[in-house]
Ligand binder design. Sequence first.
Ligand code: XMP
Length: 318
Amino acid sequence: DWTADSFVDITVAELKAQLGDDKVVLGLSGGVDSSVAAVLIHKAIGKNLYCIFVDNGLLRKNEFEDVLDSYKNLGLNVKGVDAKEQFYTALAGLSDPEAKRKAIGKVFIDVFDQESHLIEDVKWLGQGTIYPDIIESVSVSGGPSQTIKSHHNVGGLPDYMKLKIVEPLKTLFKDEVRLVGKTLEIPQFILGRHPFPGPGLGIRILGDVTAEKVQILQEVDHIFINGLKNKGFYDNVWQAGAMLLPIQSVGVMGDERTYERVVALRAVSSVDGMTADWCHLPYEFLAEISNEIINKVKGVNRVVYDISSKPPATIEWE
Ligand code: XMP
């Protein structure tokens, strides 16, 4: 029978045999999969695992600092790279969702490649690929969004990086990855987090992305996610977030008319992201969150809640 303990023992032994004294580079995303893969490889080869965590400027509020700290606490040999400006420059003026995904993917590969060249004699690329990633990337019936949107988690290796690939989680499903993570004593802060798309807030800002819009959306998202956590809803929601819409609406503040931004909140329940239902969050909770957002986030005067299920809607709006 499969157990997380025996998986860890066997995999660590295999990784030691496979990697010997070789160096491995791995890109951490802050997500469950890359984190578990890193801790597993680190257990096998220690400091010969070089982790890179890129700040693409499209992460949640405080995410880069918080996640980097917890990686360091796990003992990982990790380098945080601030590449915000490179991403914003590449995104300037782009509104098409696929063009934005491509731009973000390209800068990520450039930054990652540049950083891995700084690691002398690195031989391997570590990846947190799990079994469903492999299925989805080859499947023709994987659902429209999987083929329409260019997910760049798989096969993102540029040709000029002649690294061998090590993917210790590639036989596991998500729930098994979480069990392995628990055995490895990775904190719940990392293991229990919702999925978050690689292009991050870049595809939750509809239309073109600017640093100012990122900052507004980070504040909105922070209020919503914190609210879910404080009220104990977070763990029962599969994924949640906010979208910054490319429209303004009329509002009133005191005697003044305002003309400001609209945000949409989305929370869904799902098993694997392929289908999803909108969460029936209590009205009182939505009312509190909406008030807090409008009172605290300058530039936002209207909040709406997304009540669409997937299909036909997707989870993300882009
Ligand atoms: P959709 O919007 O297709 O999302 O219903 C399904 C799941 O995939 C995530 N997603 C992405 N993840 N790169 C990623 O790494 C992407 O371009 C991307 N687009 C969507 C989405 O957050 C949800 O969990």
